[in-house]
Write a protein that binds this ligand. Sequence first.
Ligand code: FE2
Ligand code: FE2
Length: 274
Amino acid sequence: MTRLVHLTDLHFGMERADLVAPLARAVRSAAPDLVIVTGDLTHRARPAQFRQAMGFLRALDLPFVAVPGNHDMPLVNLPLRLVAPFWRWRRGVGATVPPVAMAGSVRILPANTADPFRWRRGLLRADDVQRVTADLSAGALNVLACHHQLTEPPGFQRGETRGAAQALPALARQGLHVVLSGHLHHWNIGLGITPCQPQPVLMVQTGTALCARAGERDHGFALIEAQGADLSVTPWIAGAAGFAPHPARRFRRAAGAWHMSDANPAAPQMSESW
Ligand SMILES: [Fe+2]
Ligand SMILES: [Fe+2]
């Protein structure tokens, strides 16, 4: 079995300081083979915030892959954002599109959806689509990791990621299986999958891990366990005693699509707010 932790929207610089150590403890106790961080490592892309975020990730002592979010570009320093939006990311973290990472039979295909010209909205670039397409592997579980959601859950009809709706059907046909994203600070696991309706791509939208802005809730991360055709997603949510696992969502891939395989198929649909 392959175990992945999906961590997103850390927002160092605007982080819940009280949750930092419990988060590190919980991620370590989940014992993943790989940690995938889908952007907004920082709140304002300041060098000290990148140092904080990277200090946190390195101290986990686990392999990790990270892609940028919109908050990892300068917001108010417009010249820097427009001329060299990822300069601070490169200095603080490294490549904006890290190499493909393998964990067991899971293949992580990173993409950078942060767009310096549209602060909040994302962009799935044609060259990223081309590279991801070329990197899909017939023998692996192919997982795209990016900051912005490629399909919007209910209540988020903002058209946030340019290029996604056009690219997704072709990526699905060519063997993309799972998309991990953040940005919305909202949980949605298995968007569109119901007991009667399978979907070719399993969307895992994970909430913010640490953001301290007013109104943020359900801080956590997702533990993804994959074995053969089966995959489960367990949200670990912050509570009084630290981060704790909530009931997992279970899926099975058959005939080119993901089906619900929860013990109780009449369980609530995959669109809770956490
Ligand atoms: Fe965020
Ligand atoms: Fe974001």
